[in-house]
Design a binder for this molecule. Structure first.
Ligand code: PLP
Length: 452
């Protein structure tokens, strides 16, 4: 069998059912439907093996920032594979693309963040964070500072540390997580959990849960707070305006590290290079992945601020941590070319000045629909809350049913959106044009009609 051999859709589905265990998939459900085989893509469009054209409103898994089919990235990978397909970055070695990529990332990162530790994914980046944070406090002579505070419904990946730092109960139930030394505070999800509070009141309340938790545990036990600037997988949860300023106030009072998980928000999604800049935050560590290579090859990393970098470099001796593919030369060459395109084509500026204002104004119109309880968004992230009663914001009796119907209607009508329960979410490629945004929004309206 070679990759050149042609198979029909039915044959591929049968082979898939026989041999392929998929991530985050109910295989019984998959068996009834058959996998959708995506064969090719260009710009913001995908084509499946039946020839259907689908607008990718999720940029793959929030990652294909510069869109599909950019030959420059394929050329960069090809050239680097011939030059040096692999060599490790352990044991006093480096390769030119990884060195250049670390430098290029330091240039766009906040001024105090000048070092990058490379990983193969966002989950590995968060495993790295856990060990780096604890190592840092050991080096400070404060070994009791071990506990990391995350948030309920946060997502930081699917490895043991990533899933533990995240606050998804369904993930915790499988595998006896979280591991010790990780606790969670409520998320700033006003629409779902704000009750009678105004968004501003709720934002303050949710932020103050951090202070309450630090006081409950004791500052001398707490190592770090980890959060996404905007929760992605949890349902594009945009914190109320009061949330991050109050968190900043609390962090200034206590000596704990701030880890901003930029795996989704990084590399332009909010209209700034990083979500931390959008919210004017000064993190100590920023896990990154996804948009770093626009998903053309797997790669992640942790951008490390001066406080932690200095400790690791000056005091740390050897940090016994790393991955075979840390700083992989081909992935790094692709990452560099991706960054060049983001820069030279002024894509982040395009998001800020044109695409995001346009997307946000267009999706705001969906709030008129009788099924929609709230529309929210920042940059090229958006969420639509489906409700059974607009005025009371009452949910449907069967949680998630409306979301799954709407998601399926979208695919049938040529659009990928994700459903998180009854929250429809979007994260299109950063290069989406205003005409493509119009197409996306009119498809969403039609699918809402079909769901109602
Ligand atoms: N962190 C965040 C905020 C994510 O959204 C994700 C993936 O969706 C991850 C970490 C994990 O990244 P990966 O799937 O590359 O391991």
């Amino acid at each position: 069998m070679s990759n050149e051999t042609h198979y029909s859709t039915a044959q591929l589905q049968a082979m898939d059912a026989a041999h392929y265990l998929h991530p985050f998939t109910d295989h019984k459900e998959l068996g009834e439907r058959g996998t959708r085989i995506i064969e090719r893509a260009q710009g913001v469009y995908l084509w499946d093996s039946e020839g259907n054209q689908i607008l990718d409103g999720m940029a793959g898994l929030w990652c294909v920032s510069i869109g599909y089919g950019r030959t420059e990235l394929a050329d960069a990978a090809y050239k680097q594979m011939l030059e040096l397909p692999y060599y490790n970055s352990f044991f006093q070695c480096a390769n030119p693309p990884a060195v250049k990529l670390a430098t290029a990332i330091a240039e766009i990162a906040p001024a105090h963040m000048n070092h990058v530790f490379f990983t193969g994914s966002g989950s590995e980046a968060n495993d790295t964070v856990l060990r780096m944070v604890r190592r840092y406090w050991d080096l400070q002579g404060k070994p009791t500072k071990k506990t990391i505070i995350g948030r309920v419904n946060g997502y930081h990946g699917s490895t043991v540390a990533g899933a533990s730092l995240g606050g998804m109960s369904v993930m915790h139930e499988q595998g006896d997580l979280p591991i010790p030394g990780i606790v969670h505070i409520p998320q700033p999800y006003w629409f779902g959990e704000g009750g009678d509070m105004s968004p501003d009141e709720f934002g303050i309340w949710a932020a103050q849960q951090l202070e309450a938790k630090i006081q409950e545990l004791g500052e001398d036990q707490v190592a770090a707070f980890i959060a996404e600037p905007i929760q992605g997988a949890g349902g594009v949860i945009i914190p109320p305006d009061t949330y991050w300023p109050e968190i900043k106030r609390i962090l200034a009072k206590y000596d704990i590290l701030l880890v901003m998980d930029e795996v989704i928000c990084g590399f332009g999604r909010t209209g700034e290079w990083f979500g931390s800049q959008y919210y004017d935050l000064k993190p100590d560590l920023m896990p990154i992945a996804k948009g770093m290579t626009s998903g053309y090859l797997p790669m992640g990393g942790v951008i490390v601020g001066e406080r932690v970098a200095k400790a690791l470099i000056d005091q740390g001796g050897e940090f016994f941590h790393g991955y075979t593919y840390s700083g992989h030369p081909v992935a790094a060459a692709v990452g560099l070319e991706n960054l060049r395109i983001l820069r030279d084509e002024k894509i982040v500026e395009y998001v800020k000045q044109e695409a995001a204002p346009y997307l946000q104004s267009r999706i705001a119109q969906l709030a008129e629909h009788r099924l929609v309880g709230e529309v929210r968004g920042v940059g090229l992230l958006g969420a639509i809350e489906l409700v059974s009663d607009k005025t009371t914001r009452a949910r449907f009796a069967e949680k998630g049913a409306a979301g799954s119907i709407c998601r399926d209607m979208c695919v049938r009508n040529g659009l990928v959106m994700r459903a998180v329960g009854d929250t429809m979410i979007m994260s299109p490629p950063l290069v989406i044009t205003t005409a493509e945004i119009d197409e996306m929004v009119s498809k969403i309206w039609r699918c809402l009609d079909l769901t109602a």
